[in-house]
Write a protein that binds this ligand. Structure first.
Ligand SMILES: C[S@@+](CC[C@H](N)C(=O)[O-])C[C@H]1O[C@@H](n2cnc3c(N)ncnc32)[C@H](O)[C@@H]1O
Length: 369
């Protein structure tokens, strides 16, 4: 099939497999998919107070059997694989009804799972009959396109800031935010506009963690457009695909009301950190004259453990060992690996030892100015 250029910030009305086939290969940075769960509800569910539970009994959630569901899953995940950039990542959310099947298909297609995230719901629907545990979480699988793919966006520092400066874990309670309710829930004639509208807080974390401002985020099961709404707020481009025209219209109206504030990218999650700073080889310090060949560097601030700087940026020890700042650091420190930037010191004009990372920072600042 002939592909068309991407239309950004747009909802395609139609079946996602058919629409995905028309989009260019390797064109989007992030995919978030909230597919039908195949809930297999057989009977109506009633609360003890005789009110009916609004379950997901829509036609779009119906499949003849597991085989039909697997065929559908394989089709849309294959179509996503083609459209996703090699450096992109894909998220799928589901419950115990479908997530194990989705996980198997992901792996069969070559995707490599990076994490499974548990979204813990603070106000889950009780198990009214008392016949099993309350089902209080959903699972998100986060994958790259192949096991070999090492390069992808993960805003580690941003997630850490979001978690009070502690490494973000894979169990998310979203600050005890309830499942989508209150003002956020779209209504039509007093009823929920969509049975499975996701909370914006969930998409906020997903998008902030795994994309950057200006990236393209695609959602093949757009529903009420939660992914697009959050992407718009966070200054990402978005593409939605939805086969139901009513949901399409709800989503369009919802997103049209959102104007992203036009602030600097840093406001939207592109924090400048050591991890994502432009790479600078050690030799750049020689080229820029901040260090000289023939000068000594001192390991771990100890004057007796030193090495000479060679013109190509390698170091040489007194026992004639030559290698990068990292290799020679590991050798002297008897460690399997060593980040040389943090362990080697130079002598400043006042005769004090300073870590060489300060020179790298200085050079980066000068180059940015
Ligand atoms: C679980 S809901 C997604 C809800 C969405 N995350 C939200 O926050 O509103 C799945 C959506 O996918 C749509 N859908 C189901 N099968 C589809 C298909 N083959 N192509 C496109 N949309 C589909 C349904 O109409 C439904 O709105």
């Amino acid at each position: 099939m002939n592909t068309q250029p991407l239309t950004l910030n747009h909802i395609y009305l139609g079946n996602c497999c058919e629409v995905l086939a028309t989009l260019p290969a390797q064109s989007v940075d992030l995919i978030f998919a909230d597919p039908p769960y195949n809930l297999q509800l057989q009977n109506e569910l009633w609360r003890p107070n005789q009110t009916k539970v609004a379950g997901v009994d829509a036609e779009w959630d119906q499949f003849a059997d597991f085989k039909a569901y697997d065929t559908f899953t394989r089709a849309w995940l294959t179509a996503c694989h083609r459209v996703l950039k090699d450096t992109g990542t894909l998220w799928v959310i589901g419950s115990y009804h479908n997530i194990y099947r989705v996980g198997m298909v992901l792996q069969d297609l070559g995707y490599w799972i990076l994490n499974d995230i548990v979204w813990i719901k603070t106000n889950p629907m009780p198990n009214f009959k008392g016949t099993r545990f309350t089902n209080a979480h959903e699972t998100l699988l986060w994958s790259v396109k192949s096991r070999e793919q090492q390069k992808y966006t993960f805003n580690y520092e941003v997630m850490k800031h979001l978690n009070d400066e502690k490494q973000m874990r894979s169990d998310w309670d979203l600050w005890e935010l309830p499942i989508c309710s209150g003002g956020e829930r779209l209504k039509s004639n007093g009823q929920k506009a969509h049975p499975t509208q996701k909370p914006e807080a969930l998409l906020y974390r997903v998008i902030l963690a795994s994309s950057n401002p200006g990236d393209i985020v695609l959602d093949p099961f757009f529903g009420t457009g939660t992914t697009g709404a959050v992407a718009q707020k966070l200054k990402r481009h978005w593409i939605g695909i939805e086969k139901d025209s009513l949901y399409h219209d709800f989503a369009l109206e919802r997103i049209s009301k959102i104007q992203p504030a036009l602030l600097d990218d840093e406001f939207y999650g592109r924090l400048k950190t050591k991890r994502n700073a432009p790479r600078l080889p050690f030799a750049a310090l020689l080229e820029s004259g901040l260090l000289q060949s023939g000068e000594s560097l001192y390991f771990k601030k100890q004057r007796e453990q030193k090495a000479l700087i060679l013109a190509d940026g390698f170091l040489r020890t007194a026992d004639e060992k030559t290698g990068s700042i990292h290799q020679i650091g590991a050798y002297l420190g008897q460690m399997p690996t060593c980040n040389g930037w943090e362990h080697w010191y130079y002598e400043d004009e006042a005769g004090n030892l300073q870590v060489i990372d300060t020179l790298r920072e200085r050079l980066r600042r000068e180059r940015e100015a």
